[in-house]
Design a protein. Structure first.
Length: 487
């Protein structure tokens, strides 16, 4: 078992982490610079009632610098930390020197990092995140759809030159947007061991640490489906081969083991080309699940909380599936289906039905305990639940059909673009074979046939025509048709 070297010590520096961003791939982690203007991540998750919801995040980046990078995310975390230190989230302005930020992030105090920090501030001031069913409003205690910017404005004072090592007369600053600052004030944030986080050298290890630090609060060990973790939580490039994803997650996990945060990790094949990756916290024994006795006892406590009486719960724990109606024992093969899983599923069904009754969609449940007991013993799954599942199934099928159509349209559009590109390349290879007189004649005809009159007075020398066509796609189409009609 790994001996924790650093992580089991009290935090040397306590930062804060934005809970709405922890598990969202805010930064684009790629071997090449991602200059895309936006990206969208979609995940289907279950809410506290067991109902599936579609969460979507769309992030827009800087018009020139593109999407946030891992260093952009580091910069944001430091700014949140300083906001806590300076005003305890009572002032949305954060003051700093660039040297101070770099020191806190464990970066070198060099021109390269100064430039990178300035780019990160530019990106943060441009970023806009659109949350669809994915922004948790901590005061209203519900998921919302919301558009949020992060940095309203920033200003940088030059600290270079002879006075670079002295305390500057003025400090640089950023001002958080009202919407983002409101989220920080609402305290939907968690503690972050900043000293440990910035001691990590691998960006994927940093992101994985933040995700697991949140998930381990719920339970440990914890697992993810490998591709889902890599693409939809960490932000790796999509459609990579499994072996490449494994290499990157393995490298990050080994650093977290070396630093004492993880004890171990392992991969479990669940289907062809599909793997789970399990993470074991350093302070935990390596057990994938609770022992049967402790698990059934915990379920028993839950049943008591809902309202089933002690005698009935004791009967379930003692007799297990034999406490159920005979036809239920026959219906379910409890050698393959875990009795604990059966009980947990019935609790999930009950919670969903209870939620429907509280919202007035179905009639109220008279006795929670009696209702759940009947659900467990006689497997009487209510029609309202079956209808809800059928509705979700229909929604999923519609969504799947829509995604299939969109994928086909995207593929066809890509084929059209590739065909157009090939035709353009072939055209420009053949273009030079025409004489200057032919080029000029074609130009005159195209000017008359073009759908607008703005090119009617266009005058070009034969040697200028090719460049003009390359730069003006709409006129190129007309010119191309003129040549083809003359063949």
């Amino acid at each position: 078992m790994n001996t924790p070297k650093e992580k089991n010590q009290p935090p040397k520096r306590q930062g804060k982490d934005d809970m709405n961003l922890v598990e969202f791939p805010f930064a684009s982690i790629s071997n090449k610079k991602d200059l895309k203007q936006s990206k969208t991540i979609t995940r289907i998750e279950k809410d506290h009632t067991g109902e599936k919801i579609v969460k979507k995040w769309t992030i827009g980046g800087h018009f020139k610098l593109g999407l946030p990078t891992p260093s952009t995310e580091d910069t944001l975390l430091i700014l949140i930390e300083l906001c806590k230190i300076q005003s305890n989230f009572t002032n949305k302005s954060v003051f700093f020197t660039r040297a101070e930020l770099l020191r806190r992030m464990n970066y070198a105090n060099t021109k390269q990092y100064y430039n990178r920090l300035e780019n990160d501030l530019k990106i943060l001031s441009a970023v806009k995140i659109e949350y669809e069913n994915s922004f948790w409003h901590n005061e209203k205690k519900q998921l919302l759809s919301r558009g949020v910017g992060i940095v309203q404005e920033y200003q940088i004072y030059n600290e270079s030159g002879a006075n670079s090592l002295q305390q500057p007369l003025f400090k640089s600053f950023i001002i958080f947007t009202d919407s983002y600052f409101e989220s920080l004030q609402a305290q939907y944030i968690k503690n972050l061991d900043s000293h440990f986080y910035f001691s990590l050298s691998f960006p994927i290890a940093k992101k994985l640490f933040r995700i697991l630090d949140k998930r381990f609060y719920i339970k440990s060990p914890y697992f993810f489906e490998l591709r889902d973790l890599a693409e939809n939580f960490i932000g790796l490039e999509t459609n990579q081969e499994i072996k490449h994803l494994k290499q990157k997650i393995t490298k990050a996990s080994k650093e977290l083991i070396k630093k004492g945060f993880l004890d171990n990790f392992s991969y479990k094949k669940i289907a062809v080309g599909k793997y789970q990756v399990w993470f074991f916290k350093a302070s935990d024994e390596i057990l994938i699940e609770e022992s049967p006795s402790s698990q059934i006892e915990n379920i028993g406590k839950k049943l008591l909380e809902i309202g089933i009486n002690q005698r009935a719960v004791d009967t379930l724990i003692e007799k297990r599936e034999k406490a159920l109606a005979e036809f239920v024992q026959t219906k379910y093969n409890f050698k393959q289906t875990s009795f604990e899983d059966y009980l947990l599923e019935r609790i999930t069904i009950f919670e969903l039905v209870k939620n429907l009754s509280l919202s007035g969609q179905i009639k109220a449940i008279k006795s929670d305990g009696a209702y759940l007991w009947n659900l467990i013993k006689n497997d009487e799954v209510p029609e309202s639940y079956l209808n809800k599942m059928e509705e979700e199934k229909s929604k999923k099928e519609v969504l799947k059909s829509k995604e299939k159509i969109e994928a086909k349209e995207k593929e066809e559009e890509q084929k059209r673009r590739e065909k157009d590109l090939q035709e353009r390349e072939l055209f420009f290879k053949e273009f030079d074979k025409f004489s200057d007189e032919e080029k000029s004649n074609f130009l005159e005809i195209a000017k008359k046939k073009h759908f607008t009159t703005k090119y009617r007075k266009l005058k070009l020398e034969p040697q200028e025509i090719k460049q003009f066509l390359e730069e003006n796609t709409a006129f190129f189409v007309t010119f191309y048709k003129v040549i083809n009609s003359g063949k």
